[in-house]
Write a protein that binds this ligand. Structure first.
Ligand code: SAM
Length: 218
């Protein structure tokens, strides 16, 4: 009975987050919502660039990169330009947000809900820049990150960013909760190399922290 209620709660929370993001995707939202960031605006731009460069040098053949919440697709099309022959770029969005100019440079675009998508393939690199993980409620972030990890090849790297607030919230982690969440996640998955940075920001006089997470699979 308790489990049934929790599944129901998760479903409701997921559909609320999806509705919110879909509305914002088509310009119906009120919050600041940037769909068109370039790589230089990503909070993990340097580490992502280094990790992709290392992968290209370390292996023969294609390096698969997955953008989990690609928006207009600008960042992924820039990543593809690092090495168009060696990088295979897959974008995920909820709505038809990828711009035509970027569509031409991206190998594959998937439309759907990240948590529910069956890829049937694994990636060398996954990044989520203010995409799915940033929108989901705190009760679903662990599931979403675990889902990304399950789609990483051995030696693969995940970059993601989640929001944290200072005042208690039913949707977002507080900064302390985010720290506890990561510490629990580390204990549960000791084989993973997990690092986090806490970046402070201020929007409309409200202070937030972006928790920038890097996870490497052995
Ligand atoms: C704020 S935009 C960020 C776009 C881009 N990463 C950037 O920084 O410019 C959020 C993106 O994540 C996607 N998104 C949000 N929630 C998602 C979910 N649950 N599953 C898949 N994509 C999602 C949206 O469709 C959109 O493409």
């Amino acid at each position: 009975m308790k489990r049934k209620l929790s599944v129901q709660k998760h479903r409701q929370s997921l559909s609320k987050a999806i509705k919110w993001a879909r509305n914002h995707d088509v310009g119906k939202g009120d919050n600041p919502y940037n769909l068109d960031r370039s790589l230089s605006e990503a909070p993990f731009k340097n580490s992502l660039t280094i990790a992709i460069g290392k992968k290209i040098r370390a292996k023969n053949g294609t390096v698969s990169v997955f953008d989990k919440g690609a928006g207009a697709g600008r960042m992924l099309s820039e990543v593809k330009q690092f090495n168009p022959e060696r990088i295979h770029a897959t974008a995920l969005t909820l709505s038809k947000t990828v711009k035509a100019e970027n569509l031409a440079k991206i190998d594959r675009v998937k439309q759907g809900i990240g948590l529910r998508l069956k890829h049937g393939t694994k990636f060398d690199m996954i990044y989520d820049c203010f995409g799915e993980d940033y929108v989901l409620s705190k009760s679903l972030i662990g599931k979403s990150i675990a889902n990304s990890i399950s789609h990483l090849k051995a030696g693969g790297v995940l970059f993601t960013v989640i929001p944290a607030v200072y005042k208690p919230s039913t949707h977002n982690f507080t900064v302390e909760e985010a720290k506890r969440f990561l510490s629990k996640f580390r204990k549960k998955r000791p084989n993973l190399k997990i690092t986090a940075r806490y970046l402070k920001k201020r929007i409309d006089f409200v202070e937030y922290v972006d928790v920038v997470i890097r996870i490497q699979k052995p």
